[in-house]
Design a protein around this ligand. Structure first.
Ligand SMILES: C[S@@+](CC[C@H](N)C(=O)[O-])C[C@H]1O[C@@H](n2cnc3c(N)ncnc32)[C@H](O)[C@@H]1O
Length: 308
């Protein structure tokens, strides 16, 4: 699941082919992403997890505290963050919360602020808006010699945008307080995305960032460091039927989103296009039912404890 788009990525785009990355065109990216949300159960899958599983994970972070520190990294427009904060409120009705938002997109931050202003009864939360990338936040913390510890840190669908996901995970983990939890969501190593990237990595993946990373990769990193973690699989689907109608405008937007290539249909070689389309409807990636092609958009969740 590939999203956003920053000008510095645009200027340093380095896909191993002549194709242009979707991250070069913010407005097309937003259109693609909106359509992806309409055609997928992505947000619903996250909400189910937040309401059914997250409360247990949050159960151990409070430990009698009257105040909790939260950090959201790559929070986007904040819908999912606020959903988590409301579960936290149910779990700990008496606590006050410091919520650091780390998000490089000014547009997304504005949307997040607007959402906060529409929600009643959030005055127990102090929001701190950090318009910066994860690595800038890390530098900022190091420069300030921050000693403040966090009880809950989440990075949801954002590790695709950093150069070294392992280093980013280790840094944020080092900010956790005793009993603190770091929650990561990415596409699952068992998803159709993984099959697509495994087959077409050199043609499709931007090498300046870790664009094609899955929870399978993060688990391998953690296993290599002997870090224990809990993990969950969240079933999610994306309807991609329109991709197979030549010239279909929505199909082309969805194909751009899936490949992360700007105007994939028009700019990919006929061989690449045919290969990608064939793989997308292959049983490794999708199921076909009642004339619809349903892509496996399964998500993975990883929960890590404090560094010991
Ligand atoms: C796919 S969106 C996820 C938004 C939100 N977490 C959600 O699940 O609804 C990815 C977010 O990561 C942000 N992002 C991109 N590069 C980043 C970086 N280097 N550090 C932190 N956030 C980044 C983007 O601006 C975007 O808001």
């Amino acid at each position: 699941m590939m999203y956003l788009l920053f000008s510095f990525f645009a200027s340093s785009f380095a896909m191993a082919s002549s194709l242009r990355s979707l991250v070069n065109d913010d407005s097309r990216y937003q259109k693609c992403f909106q359509l992806f949300l309409e055609r997928s159960s992505e947000h619903q899958s996250m909400r189910d997890f937040i309401h059914n599983v997250l409360p247990d994970i949050l159960g151990s972070i409070g430990n009698g505290k009257s105040h909790l520190n939260i950090i959201g990294v790559g929070s986007g427009a904040g819908e999912i963050d606020l959903e988590m904060l409301s579960e936290l409120r149910l779990k700990y009705p008496e606590v006050t919360v410091d919520n650091e938002v780390v998000e490089p997109s000014g547009t997304q931050l504005q949307k997040y602020k607007a959402l906060v202003s529409q929600k009643p009864a959030l005055d127990y939360i102090k929001f701190s808006w950090n318009q910066m990338t994860a690595i800038e936040f890390e530098e900022h913390c190091k420069a300030k010699k921050t000693t403040k510890k966090a009880d809950f840190i989440h990075m949801i669908q954002m590790l695709y945008y950093v150069k070294d996901p392992g280093a980013t995970v280790n840094f944020f983990r080092s900010l956790l307080d005793k009993n603190g939890k770091l929650l990561i969501i990415l596409v699952s190593g068992e998803s159709g995305w993984e099959k697509l990237w495994r087959t077409y990595r050199t043609q499709l993946c931007n090498t300046e960032i870790s664009q094609c990373v899955t929870t399978g990769d993060i688990k391998s990193l953690l296993d290599g460091q002997r870090v224990s973690y809990r993990s969950y699989e969240l079933p999610s689907q994306m309807e991609i039927t329109e991709c197979f109608t030549d010239g279909d405008e929505k199909g082309e937007l969805l194909l751009d989103f899936l490949t992360e290539v700007l105007d994939f249909s028009k700019t990919a070689s006929p061989e690449l296009k045919a290969g990608v389309l064939e793989l997308l409807r292959h049983p490794d990636c999708s199921v076909e039912s009642n004339g619809k092609v349903i892509f496996n958009n399964n998500l993975g969740v990883i929960v890590i404890d404090q560094l010991t």
